[in-house]
Design a protein around this ligand. Structure first.
Ligand SMILES: *Cc1c(COP(=O)(O)O)cnc(C)c1O
Length: 376
């Protein structure tokens, strides 16, 4: 059994993926070929945002957004404490300061009370200027944008949505990647919409920012790649990756997201009496980047992980270390007691095998193994 079975997806889509890859090779349009433009148009339409600017990966996507806004030294960017390293890394990479914020134990997303408290603290200290709130749509569920936008409006801050795990999710009819002033996603193979290598994209309705993003991603270009008007990066999506994404995208929208809802519902129905299963808020729709349960202690969590491993059921721990405990950020001196929820989740959360091509008997085998371990 695989944690996320990409081979089964390839079998399902093989004809289309193979022919689209062949087409790129025959055209030898490996860099910025027409498939890249076609993909950007499709993704922007789907998300219902004016501009989609693809790039090399989801980390660069976040950094390009911060560069576009001119975020740098002396600026504070508020980031959930429970997320993948990139979300904080890019803030330090542009010389701004990441302020980590505790999360909500039901949704794993940024806690709005803690967010407002830490913004006020930064204002009172007067050393940094609060500029950006970076939300993360963790495990596929959009953050609580109603409340978050009240806060960013109140403090005149920009909102950056890290939807690396959230693409395909929504609140009502409004889709992930449309909530931020700028929003980003990743096409890393294991993400909800994944390519066959690295890839990413940035979304915005703002024309000026879209122009800047297109410049920053290709060496700060002006009229051409050889006319350079600012310091940028080399961060393009390969045409081959765009071709893979074009083959996968229709099935992702039409089928995979729905299959995932059914698989998540089956897991939850079978497990919710015994462990804490994911809570999707009313009116929210998750793209199920992960199906994550919580156990009652670290001993129980680690024990279950080992027990499942012995039965060849792979699981993953997202995340072993909250951001404020990462050595890379040690000079920023965070207070461990400010993060009770993230600390606890790092000890008790366990992500189960999950992908749209899971079979009912596989779900049952996993559920039964969990029940045996818990002796219920
Ligand atoms: C995967 C991920 C990223 C980074 O994406 P890459 O394409 O791997 O660079 C950023 N933020 C979150 C929350 C992620 O899960």
């Amino acid at each position: 059994m695989e944690f996320r079975d990409l081979k089964r997806q390839y079998q399902y889509l093989k004809t289309d993926i193979d022919s689209r890859i062949q087409e790129v090779i025959q055209q030898t349009s490996f860099i910025q070929g027409k498939q890249v433009v076609e993909l950007e148009k499709k993704l922007a339409d789907y998300v219902n945002v004016k501009h989609c600017v693809t790039c090399a990966n989801g980390t660069d996507a976040l950094q390009l957004a911060l560069m576009t806004w001119g975020i740098g030294e002396g600026d504070a960017v508020f980031v959930p404490d429970f997320t993948f390293f990139s979300s904080g890394e890019v803030v330090s990479a542009v010389n701004a300061t990441p302020i980590f914020v505790d999360v909500d134990s039901d949704t794993y997303n940024i806690n709005c009370v803690s967010l407002e408290n830490s913004i006020q603290k930064v204002v009172q200290e007067g050393k940094l200027i609060p500029k950006v709130v970076m939300t993360v749509d963790l495990f596929g569920q959009p953050a609580d944008y109603g409340k978050i936008k009240e806060i960013t409006n109140r403090y005149h801050m920009l909102l950056l949505e890290d939807a690396a795990q959230g693409f395909g999710g929504r609140i009502g009819e409004k889709k992930a990647c449309s909530f931020g002033d700028i929003s980003t996603t990743s096409f890393f193979p294991a993400k909800p919409l994944g390519c066959y290598g690295d890839g990413g994209a940035v979304f915005t309705n703002n024309d000026e920012w879209a122009d800047l993003l297109r410049s920053f991603r290709i060496h700060g270009k002006g009229d051409s790649k050889y006319d350079n008007i600012r310091i940028g990066m080399n961060s393009r999506l390969d045409t081959l990756q765009a071709a893979v994404l074009l083959a996968k995208f229709p099935i992702f929208c039409e089928k995979e997201l729905e299959w995932e809802q059914q698989i998540a519902a089956q897991y939850t129905e079978q497990l919710n009496e015994f462990v804490k299963t994911p809570m999707i808020k009313y009116g929210f729709y998750s793209s199920w980047a992960q199906y994550t349960i919580q156990l009652s202690s670290q001993v129980q969590r680690d024990g279950l992980k080992n027990y499942l491993q012995k039965q060849e059921i792979p699981t993953a721990i997202y995340y072993q270390k909250p951001m404020h405990r990462q050595i890379a950020f040690k000079t920023n001196k965070y207070e461990d007691s400010d993060y009770p929820v993230a600390n606890k989740l790092s000890q008790t959360a366990l992500s189960l095998p999950f992908h749209p091509y899971m079979k009912e008997e596989e779900i049952l085998r996993i559920v039964n193994a969990i029940k045996q371990y818990l002796r219920v």
